[in-house]
Write a protein that binds this ligand. Structure first.
Ligand SMILES: [Zn+2]
Length: 420
């Protein structure tokens, strides 16, 4: 059913009295249920949430008024009350994903059914500072908002995937190593003040994770490795990113695993420490080690890897094996059963996949290593963009979960995370 969501002009007076119209929070549980398990009837919702049918009905009406769900009448009205089956209004609601992959900015508009409505690419090369970047962002978002309006889509949330070190509270870029023009860019604030849009700014890793999440069976714990200049690691389960709570109010995303020291006297990492896993296996290390083959960019590296050139191949085997050995402990700890590898260096990993499993086997045994499902992602950039719009959708339905995600690794920042 595809009824366009229209706001009724007025709501019954009893409804206004019984519901706080200022906040969607109370209806959020019902929205989540429809998002996860819909379509469903009011009776089914009432059972699942242990609420009365009357209360559920109120929430559904509220959500319908907001254009988030619509009801399908199940049987002709007899003497009793009509029964409805409620469904998420997927074709009427949308999110925007922003991916900053310097010097490119990708902007994508997608509805809740996953239909792409717009994809834009902007070059940020000429931008000197964050004000210039903000102008480009505004122009692209304005275009996306216009397309949404033309198509009758309500933009619920924006997710901005950013590289570098972000402010833990605001998500503003503190230091983007390879593209200083981003430094100081506060996307959340920009979108809120200029477009009245709710936005989340966080790492590229979140978008990479959601780009893969649809492929990961529910109830399986997955490690998503995104291999670019650095080495990103995200653990997730049931489309939710796992965090370590520790003593901080905000959960760490475990992405700092790449900056855990594996050898005290190891090479210096760009984070300032010695012997980080990333200082052995980050894309920047591979670029240095393979420079003699004329490799300058990650794209060069990916192309060279598939040729199987002997000197190159040996380096790839060595590094992927080291990755396997050093991630084995974390895989065991979180009960990981699925490993998905993405990012521009995914083709390089494909070349070394067997060595990765062999490295794992050195620690956890061949049988357990072989029982892991390891897959290398294809269509990496398309998945990243979809991942950003999906992250935004997820952030809209589960705002608390997103608010808990840390924005920066404490090791990278060189100090403890600011308390929530
Ligand atoms: Zn490091």
């Amino acid at each position: 059913m595809n009824t366009p969501a229209k706001k009724p002009a007025t709501l019954p007076a009893y409804f206004q009295r019984r519901m706080n119209m200022e906040s969607l929070l109370a209806s959020r549980r019902v929205l989540r249920l429809v998002y996860e398990q819909g379509p469903l009837t009011q009776a089914e919702a009432a059972r699942a949430l242990e609420l009365s049918q009357g209360a559920c009905n109120l929430h559904f009406q509220r959500l319908e008024y907001e254009g988030l769900v619509h009801g399908e009448r199940l049987q002709p009205e007899g003497r009793g009350r009509p029964r409805f089956r409620w469904e998420l209004s997927r074709a009427q609601n949308a999110t925007i994903g922003l991916v900053f992959d310097p010097p490119h900015l990708f902007v994508q508009l997608e509805d809740f059914a996953g239909q792409k409505a717009l994809a834009l690419e902007t070059n940020l090369k000429m931008c000197r500072n964050h004000t210039d970047v903000a102008e480009k962002v505004s122009a692209s978002v304005a275009r996306a908002v216009a397309v949404a309006q033309e198509r009758g889509l309500v933009v619920r949330e924006v997710y901005a995937a950013l590289p570098g070190v972000l402010d833990p509270l605001t998500g503003a870029v503190r230091r983007a190593v390879n593209f200083p023009a981003l430094d100081g860019l506060d996307v959340q604030d920009l979108l809120r003040t200029k477009f009245q849009l709710s936005a989340h700014a966080n790492s590229l890793g979140v978008a990479y994770y959601y780009g893969e999440a649809a492929e990961i069976p529910a109830h399986q714990t997955a490690l998503v490795i995104y291999w670019d200049l650095g080495l990103g690691l995200v653990f997730g389960r049931n489309r939710q990113i796992l965090t370590v709570q520790g003593g901080d109010a905000r959960g760490r995303m475990l992405s700092e695993l790449g900056h855990i020291s594996i050898a005290a006297d190891g090479p210096r990492c760009h984070c300032g420490q010695h012997g980080c896993l990333e200082a052995y296996a980050g894309g920047w290390v591979l670029l240095q080690r393979l420079a003699k083959f004329g490799v300058q960019t990650l794209e060069d590296l990916a192309q060279l890897a598939v040729t199987g050139k002997p000197g190159v191949d040996a380096t790839i085997q060595e590094i992927t094996r080291l990755l396997g050995r050093n991630l084995a402990c974390a895989l065991q700890m979180f009960g990981v059963t699925v490993v998905r590898v993405t990012g521009p260096l995914a083709p390089v990993f494909a070349r070394g996949q067997a060595a990765f499993v062999a490295g794992l086997a050195e620690i956890i045994g061949a049988e357990r290593a072989a029982s892991l499902y390891v897959a290398v992602s294809n269509d990496v950039s398309d998945r990243l963009l979809r991942g950003a719009t999906r992250a935004a959708r997820h952030a809209y339905v589960y705002p608390d979960e997103f608010a808990r995600l840390a924005r920066v690794s404490s090791t990278l920042q060189g100090q403890h995370l600011a308390a929530g």
